[in-house]
Design a binder for this molecule. Structure first.
Ligand code: PHE
Ligand code: NA
Length: 447
């Protein structure tokens, strides 16, 4: 294995927390439970778990493997291990598209992280208290209509991200996830505990877990696959970058299992926390993006203890967004650090400011530039669509195809530490099933 040249996670635990910190985000807190409710409850959960195993795991492990064997930023890790395996350095493009995806995604993710910060403060100051549904909607639309407000919170969020990432892998990333991930779990458990007291917990359990096999169709399978990809932060160069700080002693398969169990558990807990509040207040579970920023504040504003619960909820959301955001910036910072003579702090400021500027274009999509369309999409939606539908699947596909078909066998065996049977199973999944799954999502994404 390559000589370990640069920063390393201080322990296996730190790595698990960082990977889980990246994985746990809006995808868990809102998207997953909503999909479960819409797509057949337990039936969806089972299909989702199958997709995680057959598509998520091989790509996650491929990305970690690329990073660990390359010990560099995604571009150079790919170039180097491709060359060592006697393959063309053009494979570096896979690292590049992942890094680019992370960079572009952070620009609009930070805008949403800013909403979350703003709502945390609003919850503290009791801004939702005693407001009727219309005035709560008006708070949200008012925020979107105001470039100044959006800019303020987007800037505050990016400042936090830059502050954490600039401090480096152990002092910055690790300390942040060590503090925020346990807090997130505790806050989530308290909210689930509250959900149990609402008298609507049974309804939530039925909503989330009673299987409706009739709801299963191709569309549900594709949604499950898309969620597996998104929820594990795949295709963004993140797991490659995080893998590059990984020592030889960590077993990739068992680590993948831990991260996936954590990510799925948080997603299920989020559902158990959110839906009792939704049902208890007669709100619409299928509300869509408004659920978190309009519907829930509405509920918090009208219930006893709502100030505290609302504060906990938005704080949790902010933590989840922050630990994901730092992972989005890391690949670019690592690349600048290794490729230029810039010290870590400067590399972080340079890439953070670039992301921040692009984020301004994204936030103006909600107001001043809402009429400015490219391919019929405003800048925010364009960034979202271009990354989700094109860059992420292509990067994920490239990573798993490279590891399964092009990386020398000896390296793969060294990394996976599997029996002969285990290796055959890996080969079938990584060579055939996962690529077909990603291609299916990619192609249908255009239809
Ligand atoms: N994995 C995150 C989630 O489930 C999504 C994410 C997207 C994380 C982009 C980092 C970057 O919400
Ligand atoms: Na997730």
């Amino acid at each position: 294995m390559a000589k370990l040249a640069h920063a390393q996670w201080s322990s296996k635990m730190a790595f698990v927390l960082a990977a889980a910190g990246s994985a746990v985000g809006l995808g868990n807190i809102w998207r997953f439970s909503y999909l479960v409710g819409e797509s057949g409850g337990a039936a969806f959960v089972l299909v989702y778990l199958a997709c995680v195993a057959l598509v998520g795991v091989p790509i996650l492990i491929s990305e970690w493997m690329i990073g660990r064997r390359g010990q560099k930023n995604p571009i150079d890790s790919m170039a180097e291990i491709a060359e060592k395996s006697g393959k063309t350095k053009a494979w570096a493009l896979v690292g590049f598209s992942g890094m680019l995806a992370g960079f572009l995604i952070l620009s609009f993710y930070s805008v949403i992280g800013g909403w979350s910060l703003n709502y945390t403060l609003s919850a503290v100051t009791g801004a939702f208290n005693g407001q009727d549904a219309d005035s709560i909607s008006a708070i949200f639309t008012g925020m979107l209509a105001s470039p100044g407000t959006l800019l303020l919170w987007h800037s505050a969020f990016m400042l936090l991200v830059i502050g954490i990432v600039a401090r480096g892998v152990t002092k910055g990333l690790e300390s942040a996830v060590r503090a925020m991930m346990p807090a997130l779990v505790v806050l989530m458990l308290i909210l689930v505990g509250y959900g149990m007291t609402t008298g609507h917990f049974g309804e939530t359990l039925a909503f989330m877990f009673s299987p409706d096999w009739g709801a299963l169709d191709g569309g549900v399978v594709l949604a499950a696959m898309g969620q597996a990809f998104f929820t594990l932060s795949l295709g963004m160069g993140i797991m490659m970058a995080y893998g590059s700080y990984l020592g030889e002693d960590v077993n990739l398969l068992s680590t993948a299992r831990t991260v996936i169990i954590l990510d799925t558990a948080i997603a299920l807990l989020a559902g158990l926390a959110i839906f009792p509040i939704v049902f208890a207040n007669g709100l619409d579970a299928g509300e869509g993006p408004g659920l978190i920023f309009i519907t829930l504040p509405n509920a918090f504003g009208s219930m006893t203890g709502g100030v505290i619960l609302g504060l906990m909820f938005f704080l949790l959301l902010t933590f989840a967004a922050l630990t994901s955001a730092i992972s989005l910036l890391e690949p670019t910072v690592e690349m600048l650090e290794e490729r230029t003579s810039l010290p870590r702090v400067t590399a972080t400021i340079v890439s953070g400011v670039a992301v921040w500027l692009l984020g301004i274009a994204a936030l103006l999509s909600f107001n001043a530039w809402s009429e400015f369309l490219i391919f019929g999409l405003n800048i925010f939606d364009l960034l979202d669509t271009f990354t989700a539908k094109i860059l992420l699947p292509l990067t994920g596909l490239g990573a798993v195809v490279f590891v399964a078909w092009r990386l020398d066998r000896k390296s793969v065996e060294e990394e996976l530490r599997l029996s002969a049977t285990g290796l055959s199973v890996w080969n079938i999944i990584a060579r055939v099933i996962a690529p077909i799954g990603v291609i299916a999502v990619f192609v249908t994404g255009f239809m």
